[in-house]
Design a protein around this ligand. Structure first.
Ligand code: IMP
Length: 203
């Protein structure tokens, strides 16, 4: 089957494609003629994921799924969370800049450490929203780990250089993509999506 993945992030497309059976063919936003920025204005990861998928379904009349992802850091009360993409924008004047976002997480954790809070636990959470034949379904993927003191590694994207998943000694940005794809939040959500499509006999 053909289905649109409502993202312009080439790295996300690569990750999800690797986890899909060859019977599912991803269609890009460009291919359906969607070139505008899709609104993400709710206050939750679930809400933004749904908003993106519904926008594409309603405006382009095509089966699709969208993801929204956040890094949730325990000592920062779940921040950056739903604000992950724009975490540092207000402070640094940057726009969706991963380096600035990581810098701010590390600065805020340093401040917590100075107050005696040395908790470095964090998780990535992804929520996929699938809209198929007009019906909405959500699938969640979570990976737990910790935040290290400085960005390490050149692969991946976003917050990958500061996140080490539990049971590993390297960051997501140090491990081969094939390894990230086995364990990541997005891989978990993708497996749930594929299982669901299988049940519907859509694959
Ligand atoms: P969004 O889901 O594209 O809105 O992503 C929110 C923020 O999380 C952006 O800053 C992304 O770079 C970051 N992000 C999303 N997925 C990942 C990931 O797999 N690893 C690291 N950062 C990510």
């Amino acid at each position: 089957m053909k289905i649109c993945f409502a993202t312009n992030n080439a790295k996300k497309i690569k990750e999800v494609t690797a986890a899909l059976p060859s019977t599912i063919q991803l269609v890009s936003l460009k291919e359906i003629g969607c070139t505008e920025e899709i609104p993400e204005t709710t206050q939750t990861i679930e809400g933004n994921s749904e908003q993106k998928a519904m926008y594409v379904y309603q405006n382009y009349d095509t089966n699709c799924f969208a993801d929204d992802t956040g890094l949730e850091v325990e000592a920062l009360n779940g921040e950056p969370g739903v604000d992950s993409a724009m975490y540092a924008d207000k402070i640094s004047g940057s726009y969706r800049d991963s380096k600035e976002n990581m810098k701010l997480v590390l600065k805020n954790l340093k401040e917590k450490e100075a107050e005696g809070n040395t908790n470095r636990k964090a998780q990535f959470k992804t929520v996929f929203t699938l809209v198929i034949d007009g019906k909405k379904h959500q699938f969640e993927g979570i990976i737990k780990g910790k935040i290290i003191n400085q960005p390490t590694g050149n692969d991946g994207f976003g917050y990958d250089p500061i996140f080490i998943p539990n049971g590993y000694e390297e960051t997501f940005a140090q491990m081969p993509l094939s390894e990230k794809n086995k364990i990541s939040h997005r891989a978990i959500a993708t497996r749930k999506l594929v299982a669901f499509l299988n049940e519907l006999n859509k694959v």
